[in-house]
Ligand binder design. Sequence first.
Ligand code: NAG
Ligand code: NAG
Ligand code: NAG
Ligand code: NAG
Ligand code: NAG
Ligand code: NAG
Ligand code: NAG
Length: 277
Amino acid sequence: MAIRTIPLLLLTLTISYLSPKSSSLKPEEDKQTLLQIKNFSWGNPPSLQSWQDDNHNNNKSSTTTHYKWTGIHCSSDGFITNISLPNQNIYGPFRDSLCNLTNLIHIDLYNNSISGQFPVSLYKCSKLQYLELAHNLLVGVIPSDINRMSTSLTYLSLSANNFTGEIHGTIGALNLANIDIAINLLLGPIPQGFGKLKNLNGLAMFYNNFSSEIPASIGLLPLLTNIRLFRNASPGVAARVGKALKAWNFEVGENRISTRYRWSLRRGGFDIGCSCL
Ligand SMILES: *[C@@H]1O[C@H](CO)[C@@H](O)[C@H](O)[C@H]1NC(C)=O
Ligand SMILES: *[C@@H]1O[C@H](CO)[C@@H](O)[C@H](O)[C@H]1NC(C)=O
Ligand SMILES: *[C@@H]1O[C@H](CO)[C@@H](O)[C@H](O)[C@H]1NC(C)=O
Ligand SMILES: *[C@@H]1O[C@H](CO)[C@@H](O)[C@H](O)[C@H]1NC(C)=O
Ligand SMILES: *[C@@H]1O[C@H](CO)[C@@H](O)[C@H](O)[C@H]1NC(C)=O
Ligand SMILES: *[C@@H]1O[C@H](CO)[C@@H](O)[C@H](O)[C@H]1NC(C)=O
Ligand SMILES: *[C@@H]1O[C@H](CO)[C@@H](O)[C@H](O)[C@H]1NC(C)=O
């Protein structure tokens, strides 16, 4: 056992030593990347005044000063892991270099004015678990290759932007537990692919213009307890969904659901009213 372990350890060390410089290697690089984003993309907002570079002091502990920056959380070795900046009046495009911070697991930019298309540079954030971009100014389609996001991603919120077009079933290849794409300009069918999200717990799609039935595969998802679909153009809900679904919170009110399905959902104890906002 021990004889095997040692060469393996050496190999691992060698590989990490030789690995390319594409990832952020030093906490100092993480810090400079953030400072550039703040200054040149986010309009240097007053709320981020605590983001300062103290290096000119030649203060040895200065590489750790970003531990104390507003909204920033670092790992014990100084890499930035969490960015939590809701309601900060940040405006401008999503800066592609954000994912140069390769240790990021959590991005929360809720309720700012981030503009432009869905930032595909997020595919580089390979450890990302949590992405909150609700209430921003994003437009265009949610890209069909969104499955290139981190396989660790469990929480995806894109609600209250202006995303348009259809949503692709490829999203089903991710390991999401929560999807919130409510309050956008999305339309077309609800993809079958959602039925592959075995860990899905919450699905919010209300205030869009989705038009198909809810695929029966979604009704079979074992952990799904919270579906919010009201105010869409859906003409009906697959009868099997009503039977299979264990959802305690199943809100589909104000879609164009046929009377027959409304009745069977009510009988199954589902609230299809719109006491949900
Ligand atoms: C981010 O990384 C890319 C290469 O992956 C590099 O070209 C760019 O200069 C980096 N940006 C910053 C701000 O470090
Ligand atoms: C960002 O702007 C601050 C002043 O607000 C300045 O001290 C700092 O050097 C700038 N940093 C970068 C990376 O441009
Ligand atoms: C060096 O930086 C640390 C952390 O920000 C701070 O507590 C300390 O007062 C600084 N020392 C000097 C001499 O500036
Ligand atoms: C967004 O943030 C602003 C302050 O920046 C606040 O006034 C507003 O209520 C927030 N809106 C939401 C939907 O949270
Ligand atoms: C950092 O993000 C992770 C993943 O979303 C979360 O579980 C953790 O609580 C966050 N830590 C802090 C200090 O915000
Ligand atoms: C989003 O759509 C609304 C209504 O269609 C429109 O008034 C608004 O200007 C749009 N915003 C952006 C950033 O495209
Ligand atoms: C919503 O869908 C209906 C029919 O499915 C269509 O007539 C209507 O134009 C759509 N509205 C938007 C805003 O796309």
